[in-house]
Design a protein around this ligand. Structure first.
Ligand SMILES: CC(C)(COP(=O)(O)OP(=O)(O)OC[C@H]1O[C@@H](n2cnc3c(N)ncnc32)[C@H](O)[C@@H]1OP(=O)(O)O)[C@@H](O)C(=O)NCCC(=O)NCCS
Length: 164
């Protein structure tokens, strides 16, 4: 069945999440536990993917994560996420994480992540998503870069399947 969906702009699903680092979020060094941050990243990424596709989604891939600077207890953590690229049923979401010391106002860039989600229909099959409406040069560059990452990801997936 041919189905033509209306384009959606990046701004329509862009989402910001703010968290505070509590004692139960830190590791033995007093810095934010990586698993907790990954949980927040994946939760936010899925919200953006759901808002773009207006359907259920599953995470199919998370690119390597680099923790660039530590986040400490009491810090305010801001996660910003948006769609970089959409294929037929998949979406690449970028998440950027920064932190702020609430007392000194000192800020840091902590982490950047790329996640891929697939929209699912009510039977659990991949479902077509709206094309992305690119409205700026920056969005066009992000789209092209994401397209290259996507090819690399699929190449790695196929290599992994052969080696396994
Ligand atoms: C997501 C899933 C349904 C895809 O199934 P599949 O048989 O690979 O389906 P398709 O080949 O039609 O691929 C669907 C889309 O995913 C993309 N995709 C599949 N594997 C991918 C990977 N490793 N990285 C990036 N994209 C991937 C495909 O390129 C395709 O995108 P497109 O439609 O935009 O071109 C299946 O892999 C799955 O259920 N995985 C488990 C998901 C899960 O449990 N996540 C954790 C909890 S949410």
């Amino acid at each position: 069945m041919l189905c033509i969906l209306d384009e959606k702009a990046v701004s329509e699903s862009k989402t910001v999440m703010t968290q505070t680092v509590f004692p139960n979020d830190v590791n033995n060094n007093g810095t934010l536990y990586g698993g907790r941050l990954l949980d927040w990243i994946d939760t936010l990424g899925a919200i953006v993917a759901k808002r773009h596709s207006r359907s259920a989604v599953v995470t199919v891939s998370i690119d390597s994560l680099n923790f660039l600077a530590p986040t400490r207890q009491r810090d305010i953590v801001t996660l910003e996420a948006w769609v970089n690229y959409v294929g037929r049923t998949s979406m690449e979401i970028e998440v950027r994480v920064s932190s702020e010391n609430p007392i000194t106002a000192e800020t840091a860039k902590n982490c950047r992540a790329f996640l891929t989600y697939v929209a699912m229909d009510e039977y659990g099959n991949p479902k077509e998503v709206p094309p992305l409406k690119l409205t700026s040069e920056e969005e066009r560059i992000r789209f092209e870069m994401a397209k290259e990452r996507r090819s690399e990801r699929l190449r790695h997936r196929d290599l992994g399947a052969v080696e396994w």
